[in-house]
Design a protein around this ligand. Structure first.
Ligand code: UD1
Length: 416
């Protein structure tokens, strides 16, 4: 078990470069399964979720190479079926994309029910509804999602709620189906567009990704391609919030500012100064901050994945702030740990009322999930004294070299 030990009270300064987006890399790596060919994927983040997915693909017979600079070469021509090992697949949410990709290419697959962060019930009924609508038979037995289809036929699928995972999984399953598939009430996140762009580079015919209606015209075959994953807007937002929380001055580079609109708007509302450049943003927080209200929403709303980091920031912001979590019902589990640091937060259902205090105090705390872990690093940076964070494996799942990047900004942070 690794721990992070942080000495608080230092303003972050300097430049931090954002890595490739985990939530785009996972479906894109899985999508490579759709062509019996070689794909070269650049800007892959060096994180645990990627390493596990690589192992899963290898266990299925794919040849996967990952260079130190984040270039992954995947050759899936020797893969004949898709059966994911339980011990690996249960560790990450993104493993469910192999179900859509396997169904698309082999018309069958046995994929372990996905794991990932414990932030609510996280059903996959919309994924299954989509697969069934394309003509597949889907059964869940003993924790395995078993999909098979004689043939896949394009269909019109209305999602009952906006789901990133279901939108992408249905795209994966339908690119090789006969005829046209239409996904209505689709999610619009940048990684939906990135996955669609990757599939189109492989020869797919997908239109409308990024809007709430996606049209997929089935093609007979896909081929390999070279592609570069978009930057991680959640990692970028985490560093922006760390900069604001510490009253620092940080340039967050390798970002697409458009993807950060909601975050930039909220930080500006608090009084932070943010300058947008073509591929970077500068965050300066020398003035006193104001309390705000935040509601998490599907893109382009404020991302649920940044709800925990902004809660930490609001915990030391004068006044009362209200956070409404409208995406995952169980995403306030981290609050008890923050209270150990002195935070004044009351949770009622999907709402958290935060009364800003002057300072958090360093404590021993446990990362309850990936984004909570990142939020606790910010808490440690602004707390009085020493904070020790346990279970940092959660952070390693989704943040490339977080402590090195923080150290380069001046943070006193050590892994033990
Ligand atoms: C993905 C991201 C996660 C992010 C989330 C929302 C990955 C690996 N994970 O998770 O980081 O927080 O999007 O931006 O990319 N739902 C159903 N039925 C379904 C599918 C979803 O009820 O079949 C519900 C979920 O429980 C949740 C909401 O819909 O309340 C949104 O979930 P979804 O967008 O699917 O999130 P994930 O794909 O799990």
């Amino acid at each position: 078990m690794n721990k992070l030990v942080i000495e608080g009270g230092i303003k972050l300064n300097g430049e931090v470069k954002v890595s490739g987006f985990k939530n785009a890399a996972l479906p894109i790596i899985s999508a490579s399964l759709l062509a019996a060919d070689k794909c070269v994927i650049e800007n892959i983040p060096m994180i645990k979720d990627v390493y596990i997915l690589k192992e899963i693909m290898e266990s299925m017979g794919a040849d996967v190479q990952l260079s130190n600079d984040g270039v992954m070469t995947i050759d899936t021509k020797n893969v004949e079926n898709c059966i994911t090992p339980y011990e690996l697949a249960k560790q990450l949410r993104g493993s469910y994309y192999l179900a859509g990709a396997a169904l698309g290419r082999f018309h069958k697959g046995e994929v372990t029910y996905p794991g990932g962060c414990d932030i609510g019930t996280r059903p996959i009924d919309q994924h299954i509804k989509g697969f069934e609508s394309l003509g597949a038979e889907v059964k869940i037995n003993h924790g395995i999602i078993n999909c098979k289809a004689k043939e896949l036929k394009g269909s019109k699928i209305y999602l009952d709620l906006v789901s990133v995972g279901a939108t992408i999984n249905i795209m994966l399953a339908s690119v090789l189906a006969e005829g046209q598939t239409i996904i209505e009430n689709a999610a619009k996140e940048p990684h939906i567009v990135d996955t669609a762009n990757f599939l189109n580079s492989m020869g797919a015919n997908i239109r409308g990704a990024g809007t709430d209606v996606i049209r997929i015209n089935g093609v007979e075959k896909l081929h390999g391609c070279t592609y570069s994953v978009i930057p991680d807007q959640i990692e970028a937002g985490t560093y922006m919030m760390a900069a604001v929380a510490t009253g620092g001055d940080v340039v967050v580079s390798n970002v697409i500012p458009k993807h950060l609109e909601a975050v930039i708007a909220k930080l500006r509302e608090m009084g932070a100064e943010i300058t947008e450049y073509d591929n970077s943003v500068r965050v300066n927080a020398s003035k006193e901050l104001k309390s705000i209200n935040v509601k998490t929403l599907p893109y382009p709303g404020f991302p649920t994945d940044l709800q925990q980091p902004i809660a930490v920031l609001l915990s030391i912001t004068k006044g009362t702030s209200i956070i409404t979590e409208s995406v995952f019902e169980g995403r306030f589990k981290y609050v008890d740990e923050l209270k150990r640091m002195g935070a004044n937060i009351k949770v009622d259902g999907r709402t958290a009322v935060i009364k800003g205090i002057d300072k958090l105090s360093g404590a021993k705390i446990t990362a309850t999930d990936l984004r909570a872990g990142a939020a606790f690093v910010i808490a440690g940076l602004i707390a009085d004294g020493i904070t020790e964070i346990d279970n940092v494996e959660h952070i390693d799942r989704g943040y490339q070299s977080m402590e090195t990047k923080m150290k380069n900004l001046g943070a006193k942070i050590t892994r033990i």
